[in-house]
Design a protein around this ligand. Structure first.
Ligand SMILES: [Zn+2]
Length: 462
């Protein structure tokens, strides 16, 4: 029996709630501590109670700051975890913002749940974690630079740029002469701002994401043409472009792209508003980590170009300023959170703008089923916003080209460049079953001896 094991507790046959537990002898290393996102009751159960003992976990490594990868850290610490949480410096800076934001959402969600429970005569519930719990977990953070080896007990960890979002990392684990490569979320080549993923040459075991295992993305270079086309069309008919966008990476990528289109005179100089306090703070983190930029962004910066500021761009501050945007008559672009239209200021922009056929709602990120964003993407004729029905008359543009994940070919190319005769087992995680299964045959064909799509709770010897 092997003394090294991996057990998949989340992100197994689903894209959410990543957590994979490596055990060597009595030592436990947790890869990721993500929040599970889904139907309220199911998510509540999975997120509140860990299937392992938090206090028995010795170390934790976080690949990047998306909430499905780091969002349950405050609860892990609350439940007794006292070890270090390893991550890059940019991930640390972003996690501090994102986890506090997540805590406020948990606190306001529970107020809503408790109102209903009170009406049914049931006792109130505690939030899964509070802002105080989030602050407490920050004390466990151990930021490291890429390319620096770190010892965590018997494990040696090496983080490489995964090219997915700012600070994202591939996690290279060495233990007892064996090497395990965990991809986290693997980025695409030629994305703006972030660098291309670092190619790791070899490993004995591979834990790989497979979000787009059955999908081929369009060419990223077409993003700017399509973006310019939409903006010119909408501005030409006197409308506004409303862009629900995730506060991390997608908002900065849009600002960066709009800045370039303006510089190249490919769009008219209409006002652009970034209306999300979180996106504004996240953009400040981007400004603070120029050492993580790719060559193009670095060259622009060295030429004293601002990446995230240009004439006509306003970072909207308070809620009054945000509401005042509804009174404007001229064409403009509004970038606002949340990305799936489930909350945040984008809701009042949609409420005021969705009924006007001159306007456009541009969806630039993944829309989970049953969200308002998914209903808009499906062009349902009437949608509910703040409990009221609204006619959807605005144009709807879905731009999947923005995805920050490697697609099927990107994933296979990455593995194909590794030393294949060393790879003993590959595990596909962070994917819906169809996407994960679609990668099994091609990976076996590459010569990997075993390829698995684990179920939640499955354990394998390494
Ligand atoms: Zn991600």
């Amino acid at each position: 029996m092997s003394d090294l094991k991996v057990r998949f507790w989340g992100g197994a046959r689903t894209v959410t709630g990543s957590r994979h537990l490596l055990t060597f002898g009595r030592q436990q290393l947790l890869l990721e501590c993500g929040l599970f996102q889904g139907h309220r009751d199911e998510a509540e159960q999975i997120n509140r109670h860990f299937p392992f003992k938090a206090r028995e976990v010795d170390h934790c490594v976080i690949s990047h700051t998306h909430i499905d990868h780091c969002g349950n850290l405050p609860n892990l610490v609350k439940r007794g975890f006292t070890g270090p949480v390893l991550m890059t410096r940019a991930t640390e800076a972003l996690a501090r913002l994102l986890l506090l934001d997540s805590a406020y959402i948990q606190e306001s969600d529970i107020r809503y749940v408790n109102k209903k429970r009170r009406a049914r005569g049931e006792p109130p519930r505690e939030p899964i974690y509070t802002a105080g719990d989030a602050e407490h977990c920050f004390e466990r953070f151990q930021p490291v630079a890429y390319a620096k080896r770190t010892r965590l007990g018997k494990f040696t960890i090496h983080l490489h740029d995964a090219g997915h979002i700012l600070g994202s990392a591939l996690v290279d684990v060495e233990v007892d002469g064996r090497r395990i490569l965990f991809t986290g979320d693997l980025g695409r080549r030629k994305m703006p701002i972030v660098r291309d993923p670092v190619q790791v040459a070899e490993a004995d075991y591979l834990i790989m994401e497979g979000t787009y295992g059955n999908w081929t993305h369009g060419d990223y270079r077409e993003v700017s043409d399509r973006l310019a086309g939409v903006i010119n069309r909408v501005a030409g008919r006197g409308g506004r472009v409303i862009v629900p966008a995730f506060a991390v990476e997608r908002s900065q990528e849009l600002i960066y792209n709009l800045n370039r289109l303006r510089r190249e005179n490919r769009i008219p100089d209409l006002p652009v508003f970034v209306d999300s306090p979180l996106a504004t703070r996240v953009t400040d983190v981007f400004r603070n980590f120029p050492q993580y930029y790719d060559e193009e962004a670095t060259t622009l910066l060295n030429g004293h170009r601002e990446l995230f500021d240009f004439d006509g761009l306003t970072y909207v501050a308070g809620p009054e300023e945000s509401k005042a945007l509804n009174q404007r008559r001229e064409p403009c672009i509004i970038i606002s959170a949340s990305g799936m239209c489930e909350g945040g200021r984008v809701l009042h922009h949609l409420k005021h703008g969705i009924g006007d056929e001159r306007n456009c709602v541009m969806l630039v990120g993944f829309q989970a089923p049953n969200t308002l964003g998914a209903r808009i993407a499906a062009r349902e004729p009437r949608v509910r916003i703040y409990g009221e029905e609204h006619e959807l008359r605005a144009e709807v543009v879905v731009m999947n080209e923005f995805s920050a994940h490697a697609d099927r070919q990107g994933l296979l190319d990455y593995v194909g460049r590794m030393k294949l005769n060393r790879l003993k087992k590959a595990f596909i995680v962070h994917a819906e079953p169809e996407a994960a299964e679609a990668l099994v045959e091609p990976l076996l064909t590459l010569g990997i001896r075993e390829v698995h799509v684990p179920e939640p709770g499955d354990e394998y010897e390494l």
